[in-house]
Structure formats: C-alpha cells, structure tokens
Design a protein around this ligand. Sequence first.
Ligand code: NAI
Ligand code: MG
Length: 502
Amino acid sequence: MDLSAIRHLVTEQTAAFLAAGEHRLLIDNEWVPALSGATFETINPATEEVAGRVAFAGPADVDRAVQSARRALDDGPWGRMTPAQRQNLMLRLADLVDANAQTLAELESIDNGKSVALAKAVDMTLVAEFFRYMAGWATKIEGSTIDASVPFIPGAKFMTYTRREPVGVVAAVVPWNFPLLVASWKLGPALAAGCTVVLKPAEQTPLTALYLGRLILEAGFPPGVVNIVTGDGPSTGAPLVAHPGINKVSFTGSTEVGKRIGHASIDNMTRFTLELGGKSPVIVLDDCDPATAAQGAANAIFFNQGQVCCAGSRLYIHKKQFDRVVGDVAKIADGMRLGPGLDPQAQINPLVSREQMQRVCDYIQIGLEQGATAVAGGGRGEGTGYYVKPTVLVDVSNDHRVAREEIFGPVLVAMPYDDLDEVARQANDTPYGLGASIWSNDLTRVHRLIPKLQAGSVWVNSHAMLDASVPFGGYKQSGIGRDMGRAALDAYLETKAVWIAL
Ligand code: NAI
Ligand code: MG
C-alpha cells in the first residue's frame, strides 16, 4: 500500500504495523510463516489497494495450531492457573485494547472499510468491556451438590456434585463485518472457562486479530492459549473445524457455511454454536411518530453499511403512515454522504470487498427486475472504492427475493401492513429469526406482539442494541446457541457428575 497517502491520518502504531511487511501466524506464542510459504493480500476497500500481505495457513499449519492449543491446555501453565489468574490476564488484555483502541479502529477501517470513529466508539469499546465482563465470570463458574436418592440400592449414601470443566480446544471462525468484536465474543467465554483457542479471522479482515495477537503476548498469556491462523474458508477454516483435536467450534457467518460446519462437527461430536444470517423486521405501529420511525429505520439498516447480521432489512409500516415514513427514510438515505472510513464526515463507507459490493448490486437489480421501485439509491457509488448507495425499495412483497434473502448491504425493503396479526405473520414469514424491532409507545400492543415474534432479540424503540451481559443469537436458521451473557459461557463448559460412595 502507498502509505504516504494515509500516513497523516493514522497513528504511528498503525503506520508501523502496516509497514511491517508480511503478517505471520501466531502459533505457540511465536510469529511464524505458513509452512508452504504462501501468503494472501488484504485489500483496503476505500482505495482498492493492498493493505497488507498475510500468511496463508493450510491444513499443516492448522494442525500445528491445534496441537499447540492442546499442549497449552493439557501440559502448559494455563491449565494449572487459578480462575483469578485467568481473570487478571483477561483484565490486562482489556486494558491493552483500550490503550490501543485508536490503532485497532484504524486497522479495522483500513481492512473492512468502516468508520474509524464508529469502530472506536462501538467495536473497540465493546471488545474491551466484553473481555472485562467475561473476566468476571472466570471466578464464578460453579457446579452444584446433589442429594441423590439411588432407589435401586436401599440404604445407599452418596456424596454427589457437578464440576464445570473447560470444553477443551475451541475453534473460533469469525466473519469480516465486525472482525475484532466477533472474535472477542468467542475468545472471552473461552478464556474465562479455561479453554484454549485457535482463531481464524475472515480472509477479508485479518489485521485486527493479528494486532490483538500482539496484545495477547504483551498481556502475558502463556504459549498456545490463543493461536491465530489466517486464511480462507476451504484451506484454513474447513480443516480447522473438521480437526479431531477440536472440542468446540464457535462460528459467526453465513447460514450456508454454518450448516456445513454443523455437519463437519457432528462427525467428531465436536460441540458447536452458530450465529448466522438474518432478515430482521422493523415494525412501525401506527401510533409512532413518523420522523422517529424513519430515523430509527434508517439507522437500523445503514449502520456499518448494512453489513450487520441483525440489520433491520425489512421495514413494515402501517398503511396509514406508509408514504410519509418511506418518504422520510428515502430523504435520509439520499442525504447520506459517501466516503472512506478515515473521513469523519462520511456517513456511508465502502463495503468490505468488490465481491460483496457486486453481490449487493446484483440483489438491487434482482429486486428491480421483480418489480421493485428504488425510492432512494439503487446501485454503486461513483469513483474508487466499494461503495453502494443507501437504497430503499418499495413495491416489494414478502415473496420477492429481496425480501427473503440476506443482502448484507445498505438495502432496505419497505412494505405496508394492515393489522397486528398480519404484520406478525409477515415478520415471521422468513427462514431467519435473529432480531426484530417494534416502534410504538402503545404498551399493550407492544407486549402482545413480543411473544409472537420468532427472533432471538426484540428491541422496542431501538434496534441492534448489544451488551456483554445480554444473550445474542438466533431462532430458526439464524443459528444455534447464544453469544454474550451468561448463556455464552455455558457453551464453553462441560458438566462432570462426581459420585462418592459414603
Ligand atoms: P462466510 O460464511 O463464507 O465466511 C465467514 C467465515 O467463515 C470466514 O472466516 C470464512 O473464511 C469462513 N469459512 C468459509 N467457508 C468455510 C468452511 N467451509 N469451513 C470453515 N470456515 C469457513 O461468509 P462470506 O462468504 O464472507 O459472506 C457471504 C454472505 O454471508 C454475506 O453476504 C452475508 O449474507 C453472510 N454473512 C453473515 C454474517 C453474519 O454476521 N451473520 C457475517 C458474514 C457474512
Ligand atoms: Mg463464503
């Protein structure tokens, strides 16, 4: 990359990291090249230039990483550490994330395209707070004592209790839309539970995971606790999740790949949790102020350029208010300024890759061909960079592909409805079930609607709120299991029942 063009826009640490040359794999606390010597390029979506050259891990590298994680668990100091020692290492890591938040946000922007300001305020703040939240759980993992009856041995007495033990070596396979944030959702509960990890970042966005690797070393984690293998799905991700040395896979990404990972996991009886795609409805009841609804709906779809698994990509508006709300959303969309993530004035940044830009533009085209009308946007932004204009489609019905399939870009479909039962039916008429929002102050109708919605999160008068303490995950084809909250920790623990005859 021609660093001179951006050097004045980024911290010295960011420039130094980018200038360092080839980024290597982290295995056993050593930075190593791929055994094959292969590398791949990661691209800056704003400039379409190479932002870094990264080691391309193949099956042999994956195997080394899994073995290193196994040794750390079975023989290394990690397995012997007290919960409080694990907690303290995680708290140190959280402090290092805070201290490096600007650099991490810049790298995230250069790799993914997203706004530096938002990456710092949202992604990096959540990463640090999530590590702290999960650090707290390390010392609060408890089993129970059970007074067992054993009816088939009269007079028998047993002392019975359960132990919660780390599930083992975790494969964390993460996507490119919130690269470091989603990585933290896997690392946090794994480390709190006492597991070791092989992390595979997305091929589009490996840089922040690698920078985090430096911080993991600086925090003092012993060798092998966290290993980072960069590469693509077929050559790196697939051998990792199918490796017999892996005890649990935690995946976030497409439903298609999630299903494949589920199948591969079952062969080894590897535990798995999957956080997958979505097509989340935004439901505006007729008592809602139209301007509030429009701004809420725009934020729900355009944040992170719509590359959000729980993006509010279907907007249902009562027919009385349809024209007004859609008109306002279209006005907001038309007024958004396109620009690189390093520009604090820009409101819509480039999508992650040329492929994703093309995919989103293809969907807009499919929508138009099936009869939709674009009242805002409608295609690619001008000039260099993978920009798609914020787009609002009307004249769409629930059976159109743009209303059914995950587009993962700044594209909203808006549809009218008549009554509450009808909108609940429409909202649920999708294979997905990740999130939903309701916009209304009518408590009775809101509370009637909440139980009807098949979604892992329901937000009222907000959308896509996330916190370390609140479980997040999908109904239906949006996944299995939960990230965050106490529920996430359980997925990284086994339960051992202990019987002592007295
Ligand atoms: P993807 O699901 O292929 O990639 C996610 C991660 O899985 C990446 O790290 C990738 O290298 C890895 N992967 C791919 N194939 C694998 C395999 N066979 N075994 C193990 N790991 C594998 O998603 P992709 O292709 O980047 O995006 C396609 C679509 O998926 C997007 O347009 C979007 O609709 C959806 N998606 C949803 C996400 C979410 O947060 N729910 C995140 C990313 C993509
Ligand atoms: Mg893919």
